[in-house]
Design a protein around this ligand. Structure first.
Ligand SMILES: O=c1ccn([C@@H]2O[C@H](COP(=O)(O)O)[C@@H](O)[C@H]2O)c(=O)[nH]1
Length: 280
C-alpha cells in the first residue's frame, strides 16, 4: 500500500504544489448569486468540484461550512469527497479534531477508515490535548495509507500566545509539536505522511522545521494577507515540503468555471515561482 506522503509527493510533482480550499462562506454564496441554504451549498460545491477537481493536487473542504447545514450539509460533503477522490484528487478534510485518545479513535474511524462514508486521504488535527492523544489517528493513517496534518504555528494572530508559550525544557509548545511529528516521519521517503500546519502569515518562525520530513501545509495566503513570496521567509530551506493553501482568494473568482481555473493557475504560478526561487 502506498503511503499518503508518497501519494502527495507524486500529486505535487504532477499537478503542482497547491491545495485549494472549498470554504462555502455565506458571503461567497451571495457573491456567486446563490442562496445561503442547502441548494446554494450544493450548487456552489458542484461548480467548484467541476472546475477544480481534476487540476489541483489537493482539495481541502472546510467541514464547518457543511456542518452549518446539519446532516444534509454533511451529505453534500460526503458527495464531493467521493467525486474529488474519483477524479484522482487528494482530499484533505479540514476538521481540526482532537480529544482524549479513546475519542480520537472514533475520529480516526470517521475519517481514516476506508469503509467510512466520510473517508478522506488526510485530516487536520489539533494537538492541544497532547500530540500523543492523536495516536489513534496516526495508527489509522499508517494502516490505511492516510495522512494527518497537525496544527503547529497557525495563521491567525491569536494562536501565538498558546503556540509560542515555553515549557520547562525551554522549547515552545509549537517546537514540541514539530519535534514529535518529526519523529513519526523518521525514515519516510520521499515524504512522510504526518504534516504540520504552519501559517503563511507568521513571518520568520524562529522554529526549527528542518527535520520534519513531512508536508508543511501553509494556509493564510490571499484573504488573510499572506503572499506567495512570504513562503520563502516563513519556510527558509524547507520549501520543497511546502503545500500552499488558498480558499477565498480562488473561490472569490467564481462562479464562472473559467475564472476559477484562471485564479487557480495564477496562484499556482505565484507559488511555483516563490518555491523555486531559492534554487530548490
Ligand atoms: O492556521 C490555519 C489553519 C487552518 N486554516 C484554514 O484554512 C482556510 C483558509 O481560508 P482562506 O479563505 O484562504 O483564508 C480556512 O478553512 C481556515 O479554517 C487557516 O486559515 N489557518
Amino acid at each position: 500500500m502506498e503511503t499518503f506522503g508518497s501519494r502527495l509527493h507524486r500529486a505535487m510533482a504532477e499537478r503542482g504544489p497547491l491545495c485549494v480550499g472549498i470554504d462555502p462562506h455565506p458571503a461567497l454564496l451571495t457573491r456567486w448569486g446563490l442562496s445561503d441554504d442547502l441548494d446554494g451549498l450544493t450548487r456552489f460545491c458542484q461548480i467548484a468540484v467541476d472546475a477544480l477537481g481534476d487540476r489541483v493536487a489537493v482539495v481541502k473542504p472546510q467541514s464547518a461550512f457543511f456542518e452549518r447545514f446539519g446532516s444534509r450539509g454533511l451529505a453534500v460533503l460526503e458527495s464531493i469527497i467521493r467525486q474529488l477522490r474519483g477524479a484522482g484528487t487528494l482530499v484533505l478534510l479540514d476538521v481540526k479534531r482532537g480529544d482524549i485518545g479513546s475519542t480520537v479513535a472514533a475520529y480516526a474511524d470517521a475519517y481514516l477508515e476506508p469503509s467510512s462514508p466520510m473517508y478522506v486521504d488526510a485530516v487536520t488535527a489539533s494537538p492541544f490535548l497532547g500530540v500523543n492523544s492523536l495516536a489513534p489517528m496516526f495508527d489509522a493513517a499508517r494502516k490505511h495509507g492516510g495522512g494527518v496534518f497537525v496544527l503547529a504555528l497557525t495563521s491567525n494572530p491569536e494562536g501565538a500566545s498558546v503556540q509560542r508559550a515555553r515549557g520547562a525544557d525551554g522549547r515552545t509548545v509549537a517546537q514540541t509539536i514539530i519535534d514529535e511529528i518529526s519523529q513519526l516521519n523518521r525514515g519516510a521517503e520521499p515524504l512522510g505522511s504526518f504534516g504540520l500546519v504552519v501559517g503563511a502569515t507568521i513571518g520568520q518562525t524562529g522554529h526549527d522545521l528542518a527535520g520534519v520530513g513531512g508536508p508543511l501545509l501553509a494556509p493564510g495566503l490571499g484573504a488573510q494577507g499572506g503572499r506567495a513570496a512570504d513562503l520563502r521567509t516563513v519556510f527558509g530551506n524547507e520549501l520543497a515540503a511546502v503545500l500552499p493553501s488558498y480558499s477565498r482568494e480562488v473561490l472569490g473568482a467564481g462562479p464562472d468555471p473559467a475564472a476559477l481555473r484562471a485564479a487557480t493557475d495564477r496562484v499556482l504560478a505565484d507559488c511555483r515561482a516563490a518555491l523555486t526561487a531559492a534554487g530548490q
